[in-house]
Ligand binder design. Sequence first.
Ligand code: FAQ
Length: 365
Amino acid sequence: MATAAAHQTARAEADGTADEAARTAAYEAVFDAAVAADERIEPRDWMPDAYRSTLVRQIAQHAHSEIIGMQPEANWITRAPSLRRKAILMAKVQDEAGHGLYLYSAAETLGTSRDELLDKLHHGRQKYSSIFNYPTLTWADVGAIGWLVDGAAITNQVPLCRCSYGPYARAMVRICKEESFHQRQGYELLLALSRGTPEQHEMAQDAVNRWWWPSLMMFGPPDDESAHSAQSMAWKIKRHSNDELRQRFVDICVPQAESLGLRLPDPELRWNEERGHHDFGAIDWTEFWEVLKGNGPCNEQRMAQRRQAHEEGAWVREAAAAYAGKQATGASGAGRASGAYGASGADGASETDEQADQPTGKARA
Ligand code: FAQ
């Protein structure tokens, strides 16, 4: 691969340089050139410390969001209205656990460990997405999460398939394919409710009313308050700014809401011919920052449940470690590669993939 070859050449040249500063400068020049040429940075490549720590921060927050995000919907598994809905919801919640695993594995390629990251989450030293601090009050919330939360997640994450860091980009390819299914199941669920009895329609509308604004907050603070965006975009970790993606999401949702027969709860939402986009009302950023500080409706509950799940799962980790130990000491060493990350991950996401994975607005059977 071009990146690896370039790094090897640079390393060989730089290794011959006695001066440490000159060596770092040589590595840095290769890194910058690789990013500029849209090549992937791989785990063994040299990278600036700040690039590494930015990735760990973002990927960890993303991984934590996936596993905390299991909670609001899991609340409804026992109360799903039919066997079909229950099976779909169980599959979706399990997918989120899988996304967490891909992402923790991607973070581990940067020299951290899952234990360390979980410890930071459990002690409030790393964040997870604001959206999962809101309650799921009715069955329609499961539909609203699928349509809006997974829809926002896809809009944000499809560009991450082209992130400059290889393992994160490859994890995102898989995750986005699954998120597309999640978004469609949510849309289909809401459509069934919207076309159901007046009470069901009202339940769907109420869920959309409550999830719309928090979904817009998922994209992060406005660009002028986004501490990390400029550097992350220069490094091609992020490909679009928070506001650009939020606008893209609003434009996608408006026609989808129309075909669902539901209103988006924003009286200021209207098409702006000049901009070629929808204008929308002001977001309550005070609420966003309060949720980030731990003062959202469900922050305490989510963290308590997460810590409890971790403690209660200790025996599973111990059993898995004991099994892995036995496999490692066995003659074949068969268990060695079982946790290898990314070996079969699809690669090479392109703009075409981005377009193909956009929410469609059409109900699928
Ligand atoms: N919630 O400078 P920026 C999902 C923090 S997965 C909490 O703009 P950045 C799947 C940010 O960390 C959803 N904190 O930051 C699913 C930073 O704090 P720090 C998660 C937020 O990183 C569906 C500070 O504010 N997706 O939904 C939020 O450049 C259904 C300043 O912000 C990802 O994580 C927020 N909404 O941009 C699962 C995607 N926004 O670290 C179950 C990957 C910002 O300095 C059911 N992440 N902050 O202490 C990203 O794309 C970026 O990290 C952003 C934030 C866009 C989230």
